[in-house]
Design a protein around this ligand. Structure first.
Ligand code: GDP
Ligand code: IMO
Ligand code: MG
Length: 430
């Protein structure tokens, strides 16, 4: 069987956690393939809200194997907290979670270096979540990193000390950053002991054997395609490949094993942190989206920047990912808009185009908007896709036509059940 992929097509926070949780019951295994605790994936089940940072969003499904793949960077301290929260909520996390030995570890001093790097950039800072993501991937590609499998070896402490010493040396560049290494180190080693109790695996064998046995696998992305290290709005990006290509390297599978690529977009657009965002609204509409959409970061609590959906941007990320199906989330957030916008082209450098320029940062981009008539009512009543207001369906049809990919599922609220499948008449997926 193939590995289906769910990933974000914008700048993150598209609702990946919710959609993975909903669809997970059709799969045997859910695997995170990149990123780390910079991610915050929210899942609301009944009146309980869970925010996952490292653990895959299939963890709430009985009998599901959840793999943290080799492409992920793990902060043991965050992972321990997540595991404890899940256990407290009654989730059988020990039986459902396995961790790839080739996943890299975020050391406390990686977070120190992240803070130093950001502080030294001043107004040009990336707006990082400061979880140590960049420095950890730098050590991975620089061939200095520590991996999960290393914690089982005698040389672990020695390797840790060597890397820490190196970081402290580099950290001398950032005397203004206050970081209590000793205190964080105590917590870190406690968390390492907890991780040792889990199944630490050769993820690439686990996934490929599951493929051979005909199991259904879902790969869960973190961040969004516009934050991809190669194709995002560099340098305002994260440090991993967030696009479909990252599934192959982040789990150890061949490209021909990729099945459906399910791309998620919000019905509008948000971004948190610095960097270009052509359709950002700094007006009452932007504020209205933020308030109704509760657009505050799940990891950092920072207010997200809000704007209209950006179709040239989505065309670009659909191309990069080979998206076969679209999911549109947060349509309910547009309930109270008489009309709203959808960018169809960019105007920059004297031209109009639906292609993104080499460096978005370098241009004053003026989006060309199509005005979309709103439905202007609460859509909570809709039990099937057909029940939805005609204006909403017209918006979906227009999006599909412009992007050339079918919208398979729409999400009408944060709860598991608030989901409508376009083709299936009944809301049977929740
Ligand atoms: P992720 O990082 O892609 O998993 O997304 P986040 O969890 O960071 O942010 C998505 C937010 O929107 C969370 O608070 C979700 O509970 C919420 N959410 C997801 N889908 C919907 C939806 O269809 N409508 C509304 N109103 N909220 C949603
Ligand atoms: P999920 O998986 C939204 C952003 C940060 C910053 C940039 C680099 O929840 O969608 P980093 O911490 O990686 O050095 O930050 O990327 N960013 C996210 N924005 N959702 C995320 O994850 C993000 N992870 C990182 O705000 O601009
Ligand atoms: Mg998030």
């Amino acid at each position: 069987m193939a590995v289906d992929v769910i990933l974000g097509l914008q700048w993150g926070d598209e609702g990946k956690g919710k959609i993975v949780d909903v669809l997970a019951n059709q799969y045997d295994m859910v695997c995170r393939f990149q990123g780390g605790p910079n991610a915050g994936h929210t899942i609301i089940i009944g009146d309980k809200k869970h925010v996952l940072h490292t653990v895959p969003s299939g963890i709430f499904r009985e009998g599901m194997i959840n793999l943290i793949g080799n492409g992920v960077v793990i902060d043991p301290i965050t992972l321990k907290k997540e595991i404890e929260n899940l256990a407290e909520a009654g989730v059988d996390v020990e039986d459902r979670l396995v961790i790839a030995k080739k996943a890299h570890l975020i050391l406390p001093t990686h977070r120190f270096l992240d803070a130093g790097s950001e502080a030294s950039k001043g107004k040009d800072k990336i707006g990082s979540t400061l979880k140590g993501i960049g420095p950890t991937y730098m050590d991975k590609t620089g061939r200095n990193g520590l991996r999960v499998g290393d914690i089982l070896t005698d040389a672990f402490k020695q390797k840790y000390e060597a890397l820490k010493a190196k970081h402290l040396k580099i950290g001398e560049m950032y005397p203004e950053v206050d970081f209590d290494v000793e205190a964080e180190e105590v917590k870190w080693f406690e968390a390492i002991e907890l991780i040792k109790k889990f199944s630490l695996v050769d993820g690439e064998y686990i996934v490929n054997e599951a493929i051979s046995q005909g199991k259904n696998i879902l790969a869960e992305g973190a961040q969004g395609s516009m934050l991809d290290i190669d194709f995002g709005t560099y340098p305002y990006v994260t440090s991993s490949n967030t696009i479909t290509a990252g599934v192959c390297t982040g789990l150890g599978i061949a490209p021909q094993n990729i099945g459906d690529v399910i791309g998620i977009t919000k019905a509008y657009c948000t971004r948190v942190g610095s960097g270009p965002f052509p359709t950002q609204l700094d007006d009452a509409d932007g504020e209205k989206l933020r308030v109704i959409g509760k657009e505050f970061g799940a990891t950092t609590g920072r207010p997200r920047r809000c704007g209209w959906i950006d179709l040239p941007q989505l065309k670009y990320t659909i191309m990069l990912n080979g998206v076969t199906k679209l999911v549109m989330t947060k349509l309910d957030v547009l309930n109270e808009f008489e009309e709203f916008g959808a960018a169809t082209e960019y105007e920059y450098d004297g031209i109009k185009s639906d292609k993104l320029p080499y460096d978005i940062n370098a241009y004053e981009i003026k989006p060309v908007y199509k005005s979309i008539k709103g439905w202007n009512k609460d859509i909570a009543y809709a039990k099937t896709y057909d029940d939805l207001p005609s204006e909403l369906k017209t918006y979906i049809d227009f999006t599909e036509e412009t992007l050339g990919v079918p919208v398979d599922i729409i999400s009408t609220g944060p709860q598991r059940k608030q989901i409508l499948h376009k083709e299936v008449v009944e809301a049977s997926l929740a």
